[in-house]
Write a protein that binds this ligand. Structure first.
Ligand code: GDP
Ligand code: IMO
Ligand code: MG
Length: 427
């Protein structure tokens, strides 16, 4: 039995795609279990960059079966445009399977996401406007469409007609937006279903059989712990559980099957969208981090908010996910700083606290308590062994490891697949 999980420990964009791609050659299967095309996972191989949104980041390796699991929300139009982009480059996606239980992101989910963000004004969440929240809301209201419903097109259309009539009322009468034409949408789905049907599978059987046969299965998280619907900075979160527990729910596997839970942590912090961010640097330091780290959203192109590493945030991810390993990424980006502050706790109304407050109000007024570490001011992007790193850099890594009480098994020092220092083999 070998279930591996990769999850984000901060606010997303930690480098999950890079690590999944790296491990891809050693695994039999890569499974997405939550989220949708709100994700933007970057993989760089021999200087060529690929950004994956809905497709698992194992897709570049044709030996591993790639599965879009039951807990994912699938925009079928985005799916085929992603597949086409890869095929134009001579890559194949014949090793992709999609769970019939996954929910469909419908065109009206996207429009409602946009309209709701507009309506909310100052209180907007800053979503990716890909219809993620409205799709999960319909799933839990039990009025969503599952991928498998496309199999019987007549019943699909019947349900579409009545659901669309209701959604159009909301779009037009509540938001003053433009409603959809049923016949047009029906034809769009008629075309897309032809391509989708052959990929549909029972992912619960597929994944569990693989685990029972001792194959290596890697579960690829999107988003991250601080965007978790339960434990993130609600309401400034996404609408799924991007955690190890989310794997059990979203892929239909038992917690007993998950042996290795790898948390990806960026050596500093970034966040896209609204919500509290205690160590944010709205100044030249933040701009320097953004420019050096090329911190612009892989999905929306928005500039990412940047700040120092927040260790209570990462420790929350250690606890909630039960991380067995950490991959620390983008350490190379810190090479140009004289001093590197690391947040070790918060001052909230005069009281020290080193965990995440449940109250958003408390989190907004939290002030960071920093330990300032000396910088190393040396390019480390070509270093491949821990001992070769400058002492100050090693101390930065060891300090984080000690705080988190979790081994930092991999240190990533560049976007390329093999730009890593491997301290302990992950697979
Ligand atoms: P994900 O959403 O967690 O997969 O991360 P993203 O792909 O959205 O963002 C991570 C960005 O950092 C991508 O552009 C990666 O190519 C890049 N990256 C990943 N690891 C490293 C690293 O160690 N150093 C540098 N300089 N870039 C990295
Ligand atoms: P990866 O997998 C960073 C953020 C959005 C917004 C909030 C809700 O690349 O790490 P949503 O569209 O999900 O309803 O938006 O979540 N968000 C991400 N931020 N990385 C991501 O994915 C994200 N996916 C969603 O910016 O704040
Ligand atoms: Mg990303």
């Amino acid at each position: 039995m070998a279930g591996y999980v990769v999850v984000g420990t901060q606010w997303g964009d930690e480098g999950k795609g890079k690590v999944v791609d790296l491990l891809g050659s050693d695994v039999n299967m890569v499974v997405r279990f939550q989220g949708g095309n709100n994700a933007g996972h970057t993989v760089v191989v021999n200087g060529e960059k690929t950004v994956l949104h809905l497709l698992p980041s194992g897709i570049l390796n044709t030996n591993a079966l790639c599965v879009i699991g039951p807990g994912v929300v699938v925009n079928p139009f985005v799916l085929f445009s992603e597949i086409e982009t890869l095929e134009k480059r001579g890559l194949t996606c014949g090793h992709l399977r999609i769970s019939g239980r996954a929910h469909l992101i419908m065109p009206y989910h996207i429009r409602i996401d946009e309209l709701e963000e507009m309506r909310a004004g100052d209180r907007k969440i800053g979503t990716t406007k890909n219809g993620i929240g409205p799709c999960y809301a319909d799933k839990y209201s039990r009025i969503g469409f599952r991928v498998s419903e496309l199999a019987s097109f007549d019943s699909f259309c019947e349900k579409l007609k009545s659901t669309l009539a209701f959604k159009n009322e909301i779009i037009a009468k509540v938001y003053g937006g433009t409603p959809f034409d049923y016949e047009e949408m029906k034809e769009q789905f008629r075309t897309v279903r032809e391509k989708l049907l052959p990929m549909i599978t029972d992912a619960v059987d597929l994944v569990n059989n693989a685990l029972d046969e001792d194959q290596v299965v890697l579960f690829e998280g999107a988003q991250a712990n601080m965007l978790d619907i339960n434990y993130g900075t609600y309401p400034y979160v996404t609408s799924s559980s991007p955690t190890a527990a989310g794997v059990c729910e979203g892929a239909g596997v038992s917690p007993h099957k998950l042996q290795h839970i790898i948390g990806i942590a960026k050596a500093y912090s970034t966040r896209v969208g609204e919500g509290p961010f205690v160590t944010e640097q709205i100044n030249e330091t933040g701009e320097k981090l953004r420019e050096l780290g090329a911190e612009y959203g892989a999905t929306t192109g928005r500039p990412r908010r940047c700040g120092w590493l927040d260790l209570p945030v990462v420790r929350q991810a250690v606890r909630i996910n039960g991380l067995t390993d950490i991959a620390l990424t983008k350490l190379d980006i810190l090479s140009e700083f004289d001093e590197i502050p690391v947040c070790i706790g918060y001052n909230i109304s005069g009281k020290f606290r080193d965990s995440i407050p449940a109250s958003l109000e408390d989190y907004y007024i939290a002030e960071p308590v920093y330990k300032t570490m000396p910088g190393w001011k040396t390019d480390i992007s070509g270093v491949r062994t821990f001992d070769e790193l400058p002492e100050a850099c090693r101390n930065y890594v060891l300090f984080i490891e000690e705080y988190l009480k979790t081994p930092i098994s991999l240190v990533s020092v560049g976007p390329e697949r093999h730009a890593n220092i491997i301290r302990r083999s992950l697979i």
